[in-house]
Write a protein that binds this ligand. Sequence first.
Ligand code: DGY
Length: 321
Amino acid sequence: MRPKIYITRKLPEQIIEGLRRDHDIRMWEEEEIPVPREVLEEEVKEVDGLLCLLTEQIDKALIDRAVKLKIIANMAVGHNNIDAHSATERGIMVTNTPGVLTETTADLTFGLLLATARRMMEAADYLRSGKWETWSPLQLTGQDVHGATLGIIGLGRIGEALAKRAKGFDMNLVYFNRSRKYEQEKKLGMKYLPLEKLLQVSDFVCVMLPLTKDTAYMIGKEQLKLMKGTSVLINTARGGIIDEKALYHALKNREIWAAGLDVFEDEPVPVEHPLLTLPNLVTLPHIGSASIATRLKMAALAVQNLADGLAGDTPRNLVLL
Ligand code: DGY
């Protein structure tokens, strides 16, 4: 019997053609529209393998319907969209795609930091809307990045790749992580600080953590109050780590200077979300890993993990709880 697979979004044929040889594949054929929940609920009933994106909630209710399921391969490094505990209890493997998106996501994070500090989006809108009438001394002035202190919350692969970029801008590097990273401290001249201290001293704070029950709302009202009035907060990790209501108030009341967000608690963020009314917020639609090469690598890695798991091998990127 050929294993059955469901893929929740249209992937390029070149990525899945190898998989087709030994597996029966069904795929949601849309690129821009996520698979409706009711379709997914029907599809999972019969499959041995599921390849999904962060747009699908693979919760206990869905897992319970997937009676034959052996593996869930997420095309993302973050896997907070999957109830990995319920999956593991049922003996279902969960995999993700770490490593291949590290540099691309660090590029975007540093780009968002620069864009936010130097008000690039606002400046581009200013020009296009015909407001540029003269050059003036304090027009569209922002914060200097070079020489400033960058606080990185979460020194995993992407956090470290971000630190390397910041080093090139002569930034002072401090970090908070659940465990000390002595090698990185030495290699990159980074200093470990408790979270409260990091928030107090940093000019830029970048959130680089996975979303878990321990990191949910880790940055709220109290933490934002510790930050400098001139500081900039950047999040390209997951929306639920920052309390968006508290961030709205901190930005509106200029308790912090600006924020750059690539991620939101609810995605796509509704256009009427209060945060989007603020001039000191720079927003992107979750494009951290969005280079052509990297997205293809993520898809290929998810396919490889799926194939390995279904073949009875241990997938390279098994999520361990
Ligand atoms: C991930 O992989 O978790 C990103 O958010 C999407 O690339």
